[in-house]
Design a binder for this molecule. Structure first.
Ligand code: FAD
Length: 320
């Protein structure tokens, strides 16, 4: 069976959930081979094996942590040469998308970015994308070279499928560009204890209807009852009620969770562009004519100051 390379996104050996989703998708296309760069492979390998990686190609060097992007491209290029894969899959994060683009140029391959699904086709992998503010769904495939495909988080649920996960060293020769951009400092973001917005399985977002920074505590309480991330509309962010890093939409983050709850958000096209591929959408809005109700699976016409606390209480009670 053809092998499929999966670029592992991790923090010091802690494999991020979107990589486990990629391994699940990769199994549709062939035999998954993980490419692990940096320290911590001993912690990561059992997790990668549990999710279907038959091999883990590992390389560690200071370049991976001290310089941006290009050392990872050098390593993936070496992995492609070693394996001759049927495809290379990466998560559609900003960094991995840049790695994917550079890799595709080096390989002379076609690239598909931001796929929401990947399936096996007669002539190679077929990727599904949601485009033009999610008003069209396209399917496409790479017709030249080794397909390089980035996939959005939450495209599928990770499924365990134990495999050998044999760790093998990957020989990487760094090119002259590898050290072109150096990391000069790092400061960890203040931890909220909530999942990362773009990766969360559930997102609860608040808009102008929330009415003030202090009321975002209601949104956070609902999010915490569900183990969700918190998002915000641009109106709420521009008003200074919530950080810009939480903005969902065309000029903010794109999310595609299993469940998206929008409270006090009207559903402007620019907001929809960032959340319309969510699997289940729930809106709470006191205006029955609000455009958000055109795309919801479940809509609650009501005042969020009544509905959100009641929902939080009900969820908390049911969780026992
Ligand atoms: P509003 O449109 O004001 O809607 C507030 C809603 O809250 C209303 O529907 C109201 O009925 C409801 N409401 C009020 N009080 C209550 C209550 N007590 N209970 C329940 N419901 C209540 N927007 C984004 O979100 N993300 C983007 O990335 C983005 N990018 C943009 C890029 C460009 C170039 C432009 C021009 C705009 C962009 N916008 C973006 C802005 C977008 O057009 C809207 O202005 C914005 O999304 C509106 O935010 P909102 O829905 O929170 O506010």
């Amino acid at each position: 069976m053809a092998e499929v390379l999966v670029y592992v996104d991790h923090v010091d050996g802690d494999v991020r959930k979107p990589t486990l989703e990629l391994l699940t998708l990769a199994r549709r296309l062939g035999d998954p081979v993980a490419v692990y760069l940096g320290a911590g492979v001993d912690a990561a390998a059992p997790v990668l094996a549990e999710h279907g990686a038959s091999r883990v190609l590992a390389a560690d060097a200071p370049e991976f942590a001290d310089h941006l992007v290009v050392p990872h491209v050098d390593a993936l290029q070496a992995a492609v040469k070693a394996v001759s894969p049927a495809a290379v899959l990466l998560t559609a994060s900003a960094a991995a998308t840049e790695i994917a683009g550079r890799l595709a140029v080096r390989l002379g391959s076609g690239i598909i970015t931001g796929a929401v699904d990947v399936a096996a086709g007669e002539d190679g992998p077929v990727a599904t994308q949601s485009v033009f503010a999610a008003s069209f769904t396209t399917t496409s495939r790479v017709t030249k070279g080794v397909p390089v495909i980035t996939v959005k988080p939450n495209a599928t649920s990770p499924e365990a499928a134990p495999a050998a996960g044999t760790v093998e060293p990957l020989e990487v020769g760094f090119g002259p560009l590898a050290t072109g951009t150096s990391v000069v400092s790092r400061s960890p973001r203040a931890a909220t204890g909530r999942p990362e917005l773009t990766e969360a399985a559930i997102v609860v977002s608040g808009g102008r209807g929330v009415g003030g920074a202090e009321h975002f505590a209601l949104i956070e309480a609902l999010a915490d009852s569900l183990g969700a991330a918190v998002g915000a509309s641009r109106a709420a962010v521009d008003a200074g009620w919530y950080p810009h890093t939480s903005q969902v939409g065309q000029t903010g983050k794109t999310v595609s969770p299993q469940l998206y709850i929008a409270a006090g958000i009207s559903g402007a096209i620019q907001h929809r562009a960032g959340m319309q591929t969510s699997k289940t959408i729930v809106a709470i809005n006191k205006d029955a004519e609000a455009p958000i109700f055109e795309l919801v699976d479940y809509g609650v016409v009501g005042d969020l100051f009544d509905v959100v606390p009641a929902l939080t209480e009900e969820i908390t009670t049911r969780k026992g």
